[in-house]
Design a protein around this ligand. Structure first.
Ligand SMILES: Cc1cc2nc3c(=O)[nH]c(=O)nc-3n(C[C@H](O)[C@H](O)[C@H](O)COP(=O)(O)O)c2cc1C
Ligand SMILES: [Mn+2]
Length: 468
């Protein structure tokens, strides 16, 4: 496994449960605990958003409900590496390795997640369901892993879908045309509903694995196992054949109903806009199981946790994709300003003139969500937007370094597109290979990094002292 040289000092064991991760956050002053009784409507999301990226938040007795809520578990890139047990530079390599080397799950007969079983289901009574953004249609489950089984071969799929409370035992679900939708179509062809489970309250690695861009019939729980470095223990649901993580907090068992649609949305989404209201699929809930005193995880739409969970697995996939054709590519980054989806920064060691433009074209082919690519040289830190802008300011000329492709497939959630039809823009901000050596030489003061300020500065001395 590729890792940075200092990995031996900083690497720890990967974090395998939500509770272990909460312990780690609490021990390092990164878990803020609210006073009991914060309102489930808006107030909880307001507090979580204010802490976003700095601290995770825990809400005892939210809206008077006995079940605690947590949010903001993975709202920092370095935390994600820490939960993985690698230094920050190991984040993408480790994810690439796990996606390429999944570890099969291990079935167990008894599991903490089934300590309490409800077959009479009133979701709002069992779970504290928050409402986040101003125009959201109502309470949502936002951090549930939706696990389904291929009805033909039993292979499982894992992904996150927003789930609207439609009735005490019914959830509206947004299924974009990805793997769950394909499994549902197979079920419909066989004339059946699709058995599913929604798993809430899992460890950071399972959340991340759910976002892997993997081929259909790749069980993302096996990628979670690879990230843990051990098979994930799973247990069979009580009312259907789906296998769910045994150490999770809460499982909602049910079926996506064939040929049923109910109105769902609007809902505040990752680009900081609302996803529209429309007829969508429906999950009929058959049972809920959970740990004693379970913890409910919620992801506030558009927050850093939402952005990073989608962004990091995409970066890993895009890096693998680009490196296949361009060994000169060193690293990629989906910027936060570009909602960790739309704007890609690429760092490369250009070997031939024009190569950066080929990299731009390759990146557009990596994922249709990408609308802007900026390629920079190896001396530019792509994790610092100011450095990338500096490269554009000093190494880019629009008349020769700009690539624009109109009317191509883009994200439908980008409101500036015409229903997903939009333009791609690429900026080659690399230096010309034949530039004279001093033209693009970055200025530097010798010894600046090595200065130890405590050694050279004196404390409490007035500037007048030398005059005396
Ligand atoms: C917090 C969060 C919410 C998401 N909500 C949805 C959703 O409502 N519908 C959807 O199709 N994808 C949603 N996604 C994206 C999918 O979970 C993601 O694309 C996943 O990798 C798809 O898995 P698949 O390739 O196995 O189908 C969401 C992702 C995150 C992180
Ligand atoms: Mn999948």
């Amino acid at each position: 496994m590729p890792m940075a040289p200092n990995a031996a000092e900083t690497a720890a064991a990967p974090c395998r449960t939500l509770r272990a991760w909460l312990d780690r956050l609490a021990a390092t002053d990164r878990l803020a605990v609210a006073r009991p009784g914060i309102a489930l409507e808006y107030e909880l999301a307001a507090v979580a958003n204010r802490l976003d990226g700095r601290k995770a938040s825990l809400f005892p007795r939210p809206g008077g409900h006995p079940v605690r809520v947590v949010s903001g578990l993975t709202s920092d890139r370095d935390w994600m590496a820490e939960a993985m047990g690698v230094p920050p530079s190991g984040l993408l390599p480790r994810f690439q390795h796990a996606a390429a080397n999944p570890i099969p799950c291990e079935e167990v007969a008894e599991a903490p997640v089934q300590e309490v079983v409800h077959t009479e289901v009133d979701l709002r009574r069992i779970l504290p369901l928050p409402t986040h953004n101003e125009h959201d249609s109502g309470p949502y489950i936002t951090a549930g892993l939706l696990i389904s089984r291929n009805p033909r071969n039993g292979i499982q799929n894992v992904s996150i879908h927003r789930l609207q409370l439609n009735a005490p035992d019914r959830l509206g679900v947004l299924l974009l045309p990805r793997h769950t939708m394909s499994y549902l179509q197979m079920a419909e062809e066989a004339g059946t509903d699709l058995e599913v489970a929604v798993v809430v309250g899992v460890d950071p690695m399972s959340l991340l694995a759910s976002q892997a861009i993997a081929p259909i019939d790749t069980d993302e729980l096996e990628i979670a196992g690879a990230l843990h470095g051990a098979p994930l223990p799973v247990v069979r649901c009580r009312t259907n054949g789906v296998r769910v993580p045994a150490e999770a907090e809460i499982v909602i068992e049910g079926r996506v109903l064939r040929e049923v649609r109910e109105e769902e949305g609007p809902f505040g989404e990752f680009p900081q806009y609302y996803g529209e209201r429309a007829p969508r699929h429906v999950i009929q809930v058959d049972a809920v199981t959970h740990r004693k005193a379970p913890i409910f995880h919620t992801i506030v739409g558009g927050g850093l946790e939402h952005l990073l969970l989608g962004g990091i697995p995409r970066e890993a996939t895009l890096l693998s994709h680009l490196k296949r054709s361009f060994p000169s590519v060193r690293d990629v980054h989906l910027s936060k300003g570009g909602v960790c989806r739309y704007h890609l920064y690429v760092q490369m060691e250009k070997r031939s003139e024009g190569e950066a433009k080929n990299v731009i074209l390759g990146a557009f082919g990596g994922h249709y969500d990408i609308k802007q690519v900026i390629v920079v040289d190896a001396d530019v830190n792509i994790h610092d937007p100011r450095e990338v802008e500096w490269a554009v300011a000093t190494r880019f000329q629009a008349d020769r370094d700009l690539v624009v492709i109109g009317d191509s497939q883009c994200s439908k959630l980008d409101p500036s597109t015409r229903d997903g039809l939009g333009a791609k823009m690429g900026l080659d901000a690399t230096m010309p290979l034949d530039a004279p050596p001093m033209r693009f030489k970055r200025i530097a003061v010798p010894g600046e990094r090595e200065v130890v300020l405590e050694d050279v500065l004196q404390d409490g001395v007035s500037w007048r002292e030398e005059l005396a």
